[in-house]
Design a protein around this ligand. Structure first.
Ligand SMILES: Cc1cc2nc3c(=O)[nH]c(=O)nc-3n(C[C@H](O)[C@H](O)[C@H](O)COP(=O)(O)OP(=O)(O)OC[C@H]3O[C@@H](n4cnc5c(N)ncnc54)[C@H](O)[C@@H]3O)c2cc1C
Ligand SMILES: *[C@@H]1O[C@H](CO)[C@@H](O)[C@H](O)[C@H]1NC(C)=O
Ligand SMILES: *[C@@H]1O[C@H](CO)[C@@H](O)[C@H](O)[C@H]1NC(C)=O
Ligand SMILES: *[C@@H]1O[C@H](CO)[C@@H](O)[C@H](O)[C@H]1NC(C)=O
Ligand SMILES: *[C@@H]1O[C@H](CO)[C@@H](O)[C@H](O)[C@H]1NC(C)=O
Ligand SMILES: *[C@@H]1O[C@H](CO)[C@@H](O)[C@H](O)[C@H]1NC(C)=O
Ligand SMILES: *[C@@H]1O[C@H](CO)[C@@H](O)[C@H](O)[C@H]1NC(C)=O
Ligand SMILES: *[C@@H]1O[C@H](CO)[C@@H](O)[C@H](O)[C@H]1NC(C)=O
Ligand SMILES: *[C@@H]1O[C@H](CO)[C@@H](O)[C@H](O)[C@H]1NC(C)=O
Length: 506
C-alpha cells in the first residue's frame, strides 16, 4: 500500500514514542500493508554505496536470507545488507517508525521453529561483515557480525592463541555468544560469552552504545545469554588465550563407532567414570544410522586438552571397550574439521529442513540415554526417509562455567554438563517422514526430560525450539531483571522474534 498508510503509522508511532510507559504497540497486521519496496528504495535515505537493498527472486536476496534450516523458516519481503553502521541505524529507525518486522542475520544458523512466526519482514543481513582483528598485546580478538567460527580458527592459531568456541564451523561467533555459546572448553574456559569483553550495539533507539563491564554493565549482563533481545551487535571483542597455556594448542582426539548392541554398556561406562566430566575433557556422542552397514550405531568423539599421556590415563575406561579406535594429536584449530570423522561438513550443510528438540542435562543418565537410543533407532527403522537424522549428546565439563559468579551474566545454567539434541531432517516434501519426525522428536524430548537431573525440562536459548516456556529457556530467577531491562532498552519490542523476552515478568 501507500504513503497514506505509512503516514498514519508514522504519526501513531511517533506519538507513542514520546509517551513513556507504553509497553505494547499496535503493529500492522502484516507488513505487506507497508510498501517496503517504496520505503526502502526512497532516495531520501541516502544509503551508503556498498549497502544493498534486495527483493525476492534475485540472487542478492537469496544470499541475504539463506538459512541453515528451512523448516518453519522466517519469511522475508526485502533484505538490507548494510555497508556501514550508519545504515544499520537507519534500518532500526525505519523499523521503529513504520512498524515493519526485521531480523538481524549473522550466520543464518538460528533454527528455532518459532522463527516461522516472523512473516514477510526485512532481513538485516550482516553476513558480509567479515573483519577479524587479533591484538596480541591486549590479548583480544575483535570480529564483525558475519564472522563464523571457521573464519577465526586459523587466524587465531597462527597468531599463537585459542579461545572457547562452539563445536561447529558454521554459526556466527557473535550469534552464538549472544545465547551463551556452549562448547568443548566449558571446563577450562567457559562459554563463548564468558570471553566477551565488549560489543558495539545499535539499540532500539537507533543509538550506538559500547557495552562492557564498565559501560552499560546492566546491558552487558543481559546480552550474555539473551543478547538477541536488545539490539544489533555490529562488532564484538573477545578475550583470547596464549597457546602456551594449553599444551601449545595441541589436543588429543579419540574417535570410534559402536554397534547398537554396545550402547547400554557404553552409556554405563560414561555414567560411572565421567560424571562429573574431568576439566579438560569433552565428548560428543551421536546416535545415527550407518548407511553402509544398515544399522543404528553410536559415533563418538572425545577431545582432551592436554598431552597424549594424560589423555590415555583419563580415557582408560573408554579404551577398555571393544571398538576400533582412531586417535590423533591435533592443533586446536583443526578439531572441528577432523573430529567425528569430519561430521562438521555434514552438520553445516545449509538449506535443509531441520527440526530439533533439545534439553539441558545436569546428571549423566545411562538409562535415559538408552531409552533415547531405542526410540531414535525405532524411528530410523520405520522411516528410511529420516535416516540422516541424529540424536546427539554433548558432554562437557562445567568447572569454568560454574566458577562465573551467579549474577555476572544472565546465563542461568551454570550447573549444566550436557546437551541433548534430537535433530531430524528429511527430503523436502516427504510429509510422512516430517510428521513422524516431529512426533518422535517430542516423545524423545518428553522421555529424556525425566532423566536430566533437572526438576522440569530446561533448554538453553541457542538450542531452544521455541515451544518451551520462557522459564525453561531463561529461568524464573533471571527473568524479572531481564524483563525490566527489556522494558528499559527495547520498549517498542523491535527485537521480538528470536526467543523473545517479555516486557513484564512475572
Ligand atoms: C550446525 C550448528 C552448530 C551449532 N553449534 C553450536 C554450539 O556449538 N554452541 C552453541 O552455543 N550454539 C550452537 N549452535 C546454535 C547457534 O548458536 C544458534 O543457532 C545461533 O543463534 C546462530 O547464530 P547465527 O548468527 O549463525 O544465526 P542467525 O540466524 O543469523 O541468528 C540467530 C538470531 O540471533 C540474533 N543475531 C544474530 N546475530 C546478531 C547480531 N550481530 N546482533 C544482534 N542479533 C543477532 C538474531 O535475532 C537472529 O535471528 C549451532 C547451530 C548450528 C546450526
Ligand atoms: C551471492 O553469494 C555468492 C556466494 O557467496 C557470491 O559469489 C555472489 O557474488 C553473491 N551475489 C550477490 C548478487 O550478492
Ligand atoms: C562500506 O564502505 C565503507 C566506506 O568505504 C567502509 O568503511 C565499510 O567497511 C564498507 N563495508 C563493508 C561491509 O565492507
Ligand atoms: C592493541 O591493544 C593495545 C593495548 O590495549 C592498544 O594500545 C593498541 O592500540 C591495540 N592495537 C590495535 C591495532 O588496536
Ligand atoms: C559405519 O560403520 C563402520 C564400522 O564401524 C565405520 O567404519 C563407518 O565409518 C561407518 N559409516 C558411517 C556412514 O557412519
Ligand atoms: C543396506 O540397504 C540397502 C537398501 O536399503 C541395500 O542396497 C544394501 O545392500 C544394504 N547393505 C547391507 C550391508 O545390508
Ligand atoms: C569385538 O568386536 C568385534 C566386532 O564388533 C567382534 O567380532 C568381537 O567378537 C568382539 N570381541 C569381544 C571380546 O567382545
Ligand atoms: C554480584 O554479587 C556480588 C556479591 O553479592 C556483588 O559484589 C556484585 O556487585 C554483583 N554483581 C552484579 C553484576 O550484580
Ligand atoms: C536416571 O533417571 C532415573 C529416572 O529419573 C532415576 O531413577 C535414576 O536414579 C537416574 N540415574 C542416575 C545415575 O542419575
Amino acid at each position: 500500500m501507500v504513503k497514506a498508510t505509512l503516514k498514519v503509522w508514522a504519526s501513531m508511532l511517533a506519538g507513542l514514542i514520546s509517551f513513556k510507559g507504553v509497553l505494547s504497540l499496535p503493529t500492522p497486521e502484516k507488513s505487506c500493508d507497508i510498501d517496503l519496496r517504496g520505503l526502502l528504495t526512497d532516495p531520501v535515505h541516502q544509503w551508503a554505496s556498498n549497502t544493498t537493498i534486495s527483493f525476492p527472486n534475485t540472487v542478492a536476496f537469496e544470499n541475504a536470507t539463506e538459512r541453515w534450516s528451512i523448516f518453519s523458516p522466517p519469511t522475508y519481503s526485502a533484505a538490507v545488507s548494510p555497508g556501514t553502521e550508519e545504515d544499520v541505524k537507519k534500518v532500526v529507525n525505519l523499523a521503529r517508525t513504520y512498524g515493519f518486522p526485521f531480523l538481524t542475520r549473522g550466520g543464518g544458523h538460528g533454527y528455532a521453529a518459532s522463527l516461522g512466526a516472523f512473516k514477510e519482514g526485512v532481513s538485516l543481513d550482516l553476513s558480509h561483515w567479515k573483519s577479524i582483528q587479533v591484538n596480541s598485546s591486549a590479548l583480544t580478538m575483535t570480529v564483525g557480525p558475519g564472522v563464523i567460527y571457521n573464519d577465526i580458527f586459523d587466524p587465531l592459531y597462527d597468531a599463537g592463541f585459542l579461545m572457547q568456541t562452539g563445536s561447529c564451523s558454521c554459526p556466527s561467533v557473535i550469534g552464538v555468544a549472544l545465547g551463551g555459546g556452549i562448547g568443548r572448553m566449558m571446563g577450562n574456559l567457559g562459554l563463548t560469552a564468558d570471553a566477551l569483553q565488549s560489543v558495539r550495539l545499535v539499540g532500539s533507539d537507533g543509538i550506538v552504545k559500547t557495552v562492557s563491564e564498565t559501560s552499560y554493565p546492566d546491558l552487558f549482563w543481559a546480552i550474555r545469554g539473551a543478547g538477541a533481545n536488545f539490539g544489533v551487535i555490529t562488532s564484538a571483542t573477545f578475550n583470547i588465550q596464549p597457546l602456551a597455556d594449553f599444551n601449545d594448542g595441541n589436543v588429543f582426539m579419540l574417535d570410534f563407532y559402536l554397534p547398537a548392541e554396545s550402547s547400554l554398556e557404553y552409556f554405563k561406562v560414561i555414567e560411572t567414570h565421567y560424571s562429573p566430566m574431568p576439566v579438560n575433557l569433552a565428548a560428543v556422542v551421536v546416535n545415527n544410522w550407518n548407511s553402509t552397514l544398515n544399522i543404528s550405531q553410536i559415533a563418538s568423539d572425545w577431545i582432551f586438552y592436554g598431552t597424549e599421556a594424560d589423555a590415555r590415563k583419563v580415557l582408560a575406561p573408554i579404551f577398555a571397550l571393544n571398538a576400533s579406535f582412531v586417535t590423533a594429536t591435533l592443533p586446536w584449530n583443526e578439531i572441528v574439521s577432523i573430529a567425528g570423522g569430519g561430521y562438521d561438513k555434514y552438520n553445516c550443510e545449509p538449506n535443509k529442513p531441520r527440526s530439533s528438540f533439545s534439553l539441558n542435562q545436569r546428571d549423566y543418565n545411562a538409562t535415559g540415554w538408552q531409552q533415547g537410543f531405542e526410540m531414535i533407532t525405532d524411528f530410523f527403522e520405520k522411516n528410511p526417509g529420516g535416516r540422516s537424522s541424529q540424536l546427539m549428546f554433548e558432554l562437557f565439563a562445567n568447572e569454568a562455567t560454574a566458577a562465573v559468579p551467579e549474577n555476572a551474566t544472565c546465563w542461568p545454567w551454570t550447573d549444566v554438563r550436557g546437551f541433548i539434541q534430537a535433530q531430524f531432517t528429511w527430503t523436502t516434501g516427504d510429509i510422512a517422514t516430517e510428521e513422524s519426525a516431529n512426533t518422535v522428536g517430542a516423545q524423545i524430548r518428553g522421555e529424556l526430560s525425566k532423566t536430566t537431573g533437572y526438576d522440569s525440562p530446561t533448554v538453553f536459548v541457542n538450542y531452544a525450539r521455541g515451544d518451551e516456556t520462557i522459564e525453561d529457556i531463561y529461568s524464573a530467577t533471571k527473568l524479572p531483571r531481564l524483563a525490566q531491562l527489556k522494558r528499559q532498552y527495547d520498549p517498542f519490542n523491535l527485537f521480538a522474534y528470536y526467543h523473545p523476552l517479555p516486557l513484564e515478568y512475572p
